[in-house]
Design a protein. Structure first.
Lengths: 454, 196
């Protein structure tokens, strides 16, 4: 029964998200069914969490669940209607050869294995104590996180100031299950894994401008151990992997924008990117990087006004959440030193250690397999092709956040934990957030066929 | 009869292009094989097959409402009282129920040895389970406790983890192995919690 209710909650999420995807996708875009399904998962989690958060101030319990259900159904209907009117063409995945069929079977096996692993792994510390706890408290309070929690001094360690996309998606599942369920809620994360596979398959096909689905790039994801197990992974219950999937989706539209300068791609980038600050604090940095990279192209194309349209949704989410946190007086973490030049200068001596740790992590095959070392040859394989613009956009979408993430360590406080401990605990997770874009680039480079190479 | 198509000579541009292409193709194959091989080795080294056993001594989490907290407590029992693993399949529920049964409107104090590796996690999980009660900690180790209740706080119970309650308190009740809950009706001096 629990599984059926989980399936129902997921279906409603997909309907709502699928509707939003149908509404926002550019009219001239040929939408791949897998891409639509992936966007449906991402937008669905956004719709469910945002509407639960906003409506939670007015209603709770069954009324809240029914209103969110109604919103999902209405969005689904609106999306289908818009889709039909706009005449958006859907591409269905068709394996073109025996090789494609084998890869597709392997992908199915991969998804099954991820579901099994998710069920069998207990959530890691942060998955339970920073994220699921919020869903549990909402579940005990009619689907709404109690105001007292945001001000609680005894639960300060669970970071009440963290954003709520994943916890309120988990709470949505709990509302259908009739109570919290640490076992079944872990099935939320394979949905994000599925979305990642879909985006890798269709994103790579778009970069090389092929109609055929590229099945190899998604297959590679399975060989990144940190994406599968340990802190930050799909099975850990952390938000890092879902954040990585949203970032991948946004980065694909960034690449499309760099390639085509299409206003529709910029709009999609703005809407998907807006969900990043709603996932995790680092999401704000990732969103900022996307804005910078979109601005580079927009300035060249003299599309500054459109750029504001891209910035606006993310800025609204970010400022809205910051205002809420201040208004409710949530205890803020004291992890950082003042962001001043004086701090920067006094901590400059940390740079060698930070760089050394980064280099060690880049070749840590137990976490990454061959991902990072393979990226450079992959770039050289792509460098001579007509895909220079999207390749450059995707490469910068990896490099820029990494540089900014490293800069954070110059400001991090070391009173409770040494810099080495901070780096060991968080650097792999920060790298995971951009790693799916690296998988995409590597996958594209490795899967270019004879007939399209040259 | 059609003439046979002209084959590229070894020094023709077409031949150069094909040779470059073949090198790129071989590089791709090698990188792909290494990518899959190294990733597979890293995954196999994790021995994920141990997750298949969701029994009392297994490492796999069951699909139950408190799967994760049960797994945490089972890990604690493995270290401190392995014989209890068989008798207590779902350790979370007795602790949650015992906390819920305390008089309403009272908070908890969690007392244990901070130097033990399982102390922090067990304290955090107790805080997770106790909501809406607050849980304050009195780590009785080398470091002082992090979270001390304000003086006006009403305390409903004290949890002793990995140590017995001191003589200044009633003996309490063992709710799960290594964990004793002492209900209290009036606040006790803070010095008492860690005394022997």
């Amino acid at each position: 029964m629990g599984l059926l209710l989980f399936a129902l909650a997921s279906l409603l999420l997909l309907i709502g998200g699928g509707g939003v995807a149908g509404l926002i996708v550019p009219r001239d875009h040929r939408l791949h069914a897998l891409e639509w399904l992936s966007l449906a998962i991402l937008c669905g989690a956004g719709v469910v969490s945002m509407s639960s958060f906003l409506l939670g101030w007015l209603v709770s319990g069954t009324a809240l669940r029914m209103i969110v259900t109604l919103i999902c159904l209405l969005l689904g209907a609106a999306g289908i209607r818009h889709w039909r009117r706009a005449g958006i063409e859907m591409i269905w995945p068709k394996p073109a050869s025996v090789g494609d069929c084998v890869l597709l079977c392997l992908l199915m096996l991969q998804i099954g294995l991820m579901v099994w692993l998710s069920l069998r792994f207990p959530m890691a510390w942060d998955g339970l104590l920073n994220w699921e706890i919020k869903a549990r408290l909402a579940s005990l309070n009619g689907g709404v996180i109690p105001t007292a929690y945001f001000q609680s001094k005894s639960l300060f360690w669970s970071h009440p100031e963290y954003p709520l996309l994943v916890p309120l998606t988990e709470a949505w599942v709990y509302s259908w299950l009739g109570g919290y369920h640490q076992g079944l809620v872990k099935l939320v994360f394979p949905l994000f894994y599925f979305a990642a596979l879909g985006l890798l398959a269709t994103g790579s096909a778009r970069i090389v401008k092929e109609q055929r689905t590229a099945w190899l790039p998604p297959l590679l994801l399975f060989f990144i151990p940190l994406a599968l197990t340990r802190g930050g992974s799909v099975t850990s219950g952390y938000v890092d992997f879902p954040l990585a999937v949203y970032y991948l989706a946004a980065a694909i539209w960034l690449a499309e924008y760099w390639q085509t300068a299409s206003p529709g791609a910029l709009r999609m980038l703005g809407i998907i990117g807006a969900m990043l600050p709603w996932l995790k604090q680092e999401g704000t940095i990732l969103w900022g990087c996307l804005v910078i990279l979109a601005a580079i192209k927009a300035v060249r194309q003299r599309q500054l006004l459109r750029l504001w349209g891209m910035v606006l949704p993310g800025a609204c989410v970010l400022i809205g959440w910051m205002l809420f946190i201040r208004f409710i007086r949530a205890p803020l973490g004291q992890d950082y030193m003042p962001l001043t030049m004086a701090t920067l200068k006094s901590n400059a001596g940390r740079i060698p250690l930070i760089l050394r740790t980064l280099l060690t992590e880049l070749v840590n095959w137990r976490n990454w397999g061959l991902l990072w070392p393979a990226l450079l040859p992959a770039l050289s394989l792509l460098g001579k092709r007509e895909q220079r613009e999207p390749t450059a956009a995707l490469f910068l979408a990896i490099a820029l956040p990494l540089v900014l993430f490293l800069e954070i360590y110059l400001f991090i406080g070391t009173s409770n934990k040494s810099l080495e401990n901070h780096l060991d605990a968080s650097l792999p997770r920060l790298m995971l957030q951009v790693s799916l874009v690296a998988v995409l680039l590597t996958g594209v480079a490795l899967s270019i066929r004879r007939d399209s190479a040259g | 009869m059609n003439p046979e198509p002209e084959r590229p000579t070894t020094d023709s541009p077409e031949h150069d292009s094909r040779r470059r292409f073949d090198v790129a193709f071989v590089v791709r194959l090698i990188v792909l094989a290494a990518f899959i091989g190294l990733g597979t080795k890293a995954l196999l080294d994790q021995h994920l097959e141990v997750l298949a056993d969701t029994g009392p001594r297994g490492w796999g989490a069951a699909t139950t409402p408190q799967a994760t907290t049960d797994a945490y407590f089972r890990a604690m029992l493995r270290d401190h009282e392995p014989t209890a693993l068989e008798e207590l399949r779902q350790p979370t529920e007795p602790l949650r129920a015992a906390i819920a049964a305390l008089p309403a409107h009272g908070d908890l104090i969690f007392v244990g040895p901070e130097e033990d590796s399982s102390y922090v996690l067990t304290y955090l999980v107790t805080g997770y389970l106790a909501w809406p009660r607050s849980v304050y900690e009195a780590g009785c180790g080398r470091l002082p406790g992090q979270l001390v209740p304000p003086p006006s706080t009403r305390i409903a119970g004290i949890i002793y983890y990995l140590r017995p309650p001191p003589a200044c308190l009633p003996p309490g009740r063992r709710v799960i192995p290594q964990t004793i809950l002492v209900p209290v009706s009036e606040n006790v001096s803070w010095d008492c919690y860690c005394s022997r």
